[in-house]
Write a protein that binds this ligand. Structure first.
Ligand SMILES: CC(C)(COP(=O)(O)OP(=O)(O)OC[C@H]1O[C@@H](n2cnc3c(N)ncnc32)[C@H](O)[C@@H]1OP(=O)(O)O)[C@@H](O)C(=O)NCCC(=O)NCCS
Length: 174
C-alpha cells in the first residue's frame, strides 16, 4: 500500500539514490537546480511515497522557495516543485499523482503562491493544470525548453509577463 509521508522522515541518501535512478547521471547540472540554488527545501510541502508493507521508498517530491524578478527588480515569490521522481520500477501506478495530490491538499486553494516547475506538460497540465501559457516571457539561469516551464496559479493571480526565475533572496529588514 502506498503512503505519503513527509520527505524529512526519509534518509537523504535514499532520496539521492532514487533521483539518480529516475533522472540518470548529470541531473544536478540541470537548470532546475540552478533556479533554487542555495535555498533550503520547504520541508512542510516536500513529500515521499513509500510502500508501507515493504518499507520501500517509491517516490519523492521536493518544493523550494524561488522568485520571479520582474523588469523593475521586484521579486515575486513562488514555490518551485521538483524534482518529482518515481522509481522506474513503479512508474505508471499512480505514485506521481498521489504525491502531487498530497501537495495540493496541503496548500489552501486561493491563498497560495504560484507553483512553478520544469516538467512535461503532457503530464502536469493534463492532471494538475500546470501550464506554459503565462511563462513565455520568463527566463531561467540556464537552458530550458519553453514549453516545459510551467506555472499553476489562479487566473486572477497577477504574474509578471517578463522576469527571471531564481532563488528567493529574502529582503533584509532594517
Ligand atoms: C513523470 C513521473 C513523475 C510520473 O509519475 P508516475 O507515478 O509514473 O505516473 P502516474 O502513475 O501518476 O500517472 C500515469 C499516467 O501519466 C502518464 N505519464 C507518466 N509520465 C508521463 C510523462 N512524462 N509525460 C506524459 N504522460 C506521462 C502515463 O502515461 C499514465 O497515463 P494513463 O493514465 O493515461 O495511462 C514519473 O514517471 C517519473 O518520475 N519520471 C522520471 C522523472 C521525471 O521525468 N520527472 C518529471 C520532471 S520533474
Amino acid at each position: 500500500m502506498i503512503s505519503i509521508i513527509p520527505l524529512v522522515e526519509i534518509d537523504p541518501a535514499l532520496v539521492e539514490d532514487l533521483l539518480d535512478a529516475a533522472f540518470g547521471p548529470g541531473r544536478t547540472d540541470r537548470t532546475a537546480y540552478k533556479v533554487r540554488e542555495g535555498m533550503d527545501i520547504l520541508e512542510g510541502l516536500s513529500v515521499a511515497a513509500v510502500d508501507s508493507s515493504e518499507n520501500e521508498l517509491l517516490g519523492s517530491l521536493q518544493c523550494w522557495p524561488v522568485a520571479l524578478t520582474d523588469e523593475a527588480g521586484k521579486q515575486h515569490p513562488m514555490i518551485m516543485v521538483g524534482p518529482v521522481a518515481v522509481h522506474p520500477d513503479c512508474q505508471g501506478k499512480g505514485v506521481g499523482q498521489s504525491m502531487l495530490t498530497a501537495l495540493l491538499k496541503e496548500l489552501h486553494e486561493g491563498e497560495n503562491l504560484p507553483l512553478v516547475m520544469i516538467g512535461d506538460p503532457a503530464y502536469y497540465d493534463r492532471f494538475f493544470d500546470f501550464s506554459p501559457a503565462r511563462t513565455k516571457g520568463w527566463t531561467l539561469p540556464g537552458p530550458w525548453e519553453p514549453e516545459r516551464l510551467l506555472v499553476r496559479a489562479h487566473d486572477q493571480t497577477p504574474l509578471p509577463e517578463k522576469g527571471k526565475l531564481g532563488p528567493w533572496v529574502r529582503p533584509v529588514k532594517h
